[in-house]
Design a protein around this ligand. Structure first.
Ligand SMILES: Cc1cc2nc3c(=O)[nH]c(=O)nc-3n(C[C@H](O)[C@H](O)[C@H](O)COP(=O)(O)OP(=O)(O)OC[C@H]3O[C@@H](n4cnc5c(N)ncnc54)[C@H](O)[C@@H]3O)c2cc1C
Length: 507
């Protein structure tokens, strides 16, 4: 596109979705302005710095690295030369009631660990792998399409995927069908928590997620996962995009339901040919449009949707590094099912909690001074539809979490080593991070809120307005969010007659 005729796209938010869209569109000749309310890029994928310690706010590992590589390639950049990736093996350690198992993406190593922990389950693992490989092969093209037209629901890809959708089955049923043993089934179903859902509620089709981990592995990036967002912003800028930090959008200007630009909190008006929303979906729908404009996504209707659970976070700078504690570990509460049900019902459970602890300094010395470590703890928690008073619950939960870590992991005396600390509660996700209901993994991924039924990448309510990020299609999680950015870039190119070559499909 000649610079003089370049279409101007305003992108609200420099999270992974907004940045993907920005770097691709800028590479294809669009004039791109990214408006980010915070002083740094990345959103939930930004870094948190406490003195000399660096943490990731949210994402701690990358799946389907291939998709990231592709979006860099489509932006004229090479991810391998800009980021240092480390494939993690073991991927993570799972702590059951009285034993632990290290999960590997090397099938031979995985099978020998199964022999040690769950003898006789090796053939079940093989059946899981073979069946879920087929499901994934048929599902991936469906996730890479846009659903702005109903005809996408009967596309060739969808028709081929139909027998693999497991529409009537939940994730736990699918996995228990392979493994039988309740503890072993947990090892292949806890991944529903990546979507903020219970294994007993999560649709069976998400059996893809454990398959993806085992088939393609999971990755750390040196400096933390936030480096991905930093580098995406660099690529976008190099391609000509302008990224404005501390620039909060107050309103999307959409007279006659056509997006014409945005107004900032400062009063400045930025005109654009299209507006892309990367801000949290529920937050954007309830705050960024003129009251009364939206119908399908009016505040009342947005409030009636299903949302993911939330998380209670601890970021701990330690004056030691536990070299016997793996990079990622997950401990299941003794009463895992009861606790999950309680969280789904909106109540923070009592008792020793389930938790995830990340000891990334083991692999990555850049995150803390020598001999120290930056430890990240995530505890599943109800979203703010429940009535938890976090000012009272947080201090008490902190003690329960630290007790559980000291009892169940090699971090026996962690309290003694804490020199810096920060917590984020579900209430903080909502007030400080502008996440609707504090539902950290966005709209729930129930079947009634997937593909055509999820907020579409080309926004249904306002012309020239597009949605990217975890609250839209294809869903929460870095690879799907990158796909949302790529789908929108492709839709915009198509609407402007800009030729492009892309690894994914557009209806
Ligand atoms: C605790 C946690 C752990 C996670 N772990 C993983 C993981 O390990 N792997 C994985 O793949 N995924 C993970 N995820 C899920 C997902 O990858 C991240 O949440 C991801 O950062 C979401 O990206 P996004 O593009 O949807 O938007 P966000 O990261 O939410 O970014 C949106 C941006 O919009 C900005 N914004 C909002 N309103 C305005 C406004 N009015 N004006 C200007 N800017 C605005 C925000 O400041 C923010 O920067 C995790 C999420 C959480 C919360």
């Amino acid at each position: 596109m000649p610079a003089s005729s370049a279409k101007h796209v305003a992108i609200i938010g420099a999270g992974p979705g907004g940045l993907t869209c920005a770097m691709i569109l800028a590479h294809r000749g669009f004039r791109v302005t990214v408006l980010e309310r915070e002083a740094q890029v990345g959103g939930r994928n930004a870094a948190i710095r406490l003195g000399p310690y660096t943490f990731d706010t949210g994402p701690t590992f990358l799946m389907l690295k291939d998709i990231l590589d592709q979006v860099f390639h489509e932006s004229g950049a090479n991810s391998e030369s800009l980021l240092e990736f480390k494939r993690l093996d073991p991927m993570y350690r799972l702590h059951f009631r009285d034993r632990h198992m290290d999960m590997s993406s090397d099938p031979a190593v995985m099978k020998s660990e199964l022999t040690r922990c769950f003898p006789g389950s090796e053939s079940a693992f093989e059946r899981f792998f073979a069946r879920e490989q087929r499901r994934f092969t048929f599902m991936l093209p469906c996730l890479q399409k846009s659903y702005h037209k109903a005809s996408a629901l009967v596309s060739r890809e969808m028709r081929r995927a139909l027998p693999h959708l497991a529409l009537t089955r939940k994730l736990y049923d699918v996995m228990n069908g392979y493994f039988g043993d309740p503890e072993l089934s947990l090892a292949f179903t806890f991944q529903s928590k990546y979507l903020g859902m219970s294994p007993w509620e999560c649709p069976g089709v998400f059996a893809m997620i454990p398959y993806i981990e085992h088939a393609f592995g999971i990755y750390h990036t040196t400096g933390g996962l936030s480096r991905i967002s930093d580098v995406m912003a660099d690529v976008a800028r190099r391609n000509g995009a302008e990224i404005r930090l501390n620039a909060t959008v107050r309103r999307i200007l959409a007279p006659n339901r056509v997006a014409e630009g945005v107004e900032l909190e400062s009063g400045e008006v930025i005109r654009a040919d299209a507006v892309v929303i990367n801000a949290d979906f529920g937050h954007a729908m309830t705050t960024l449009f003129e009251p009364g404009l939206l119908r399908k996504y009016s505040p009342a209707r947005v409030a009636r949707k299903e949302y993911s659970c939330s998380t209670y976070m601890l970021y701990l700078g330690l004056d030691t590094c536990y070299t016997d504690s793996p990079h990622h570990a997950i401990a299941f509460a003794p009463e895992y099912r009861r606790q999950i049900d309680s969280i789904t019902a909106g109540r923070m459970p009592d008792g020793s909690p389930s938790f995830y602890v990340r000891n990334a300094s083991l692999t990555d010395p850049t995150l803390a001074p020598a001999g120290h470590s930056a430890v990240y703890v995530l505890v599943p928690a109800p979203n703010n539809r429940g009535s938890t008073d976090w000012s009272r619950t947080a201090p008490e939960l902190r003690e329960r979490v630290l007790d559980a870590i000291e009892t169940r992991t090699p971090m026996k005396d962690i309290r003694r080593h804490i020199v810096m600390e920060k917590a984020i509660t579900p209430a903080d996700w909502q007030t400080d991070h502008h996440v609707y209901l504090g539902a950290t993994f966005n709209l729930s991924h129930c079947i009634s809120q997937m593909v055509y039924f999820r907020p579409r990448n080309r926004f249904e309510e306002v012309d020239r307005c597009y949605l990217v990020g975890g609250g839209t299609h294809p869903g929460s999680g870095l690879p799907t969010i990158y796909e949302s950015g790529r789908i929108v870039a492709n839709l915009l190119c198509r609407s402007q007659g800009v030729p492009f070559v892309s690894g994914n499909l557009v209806v």
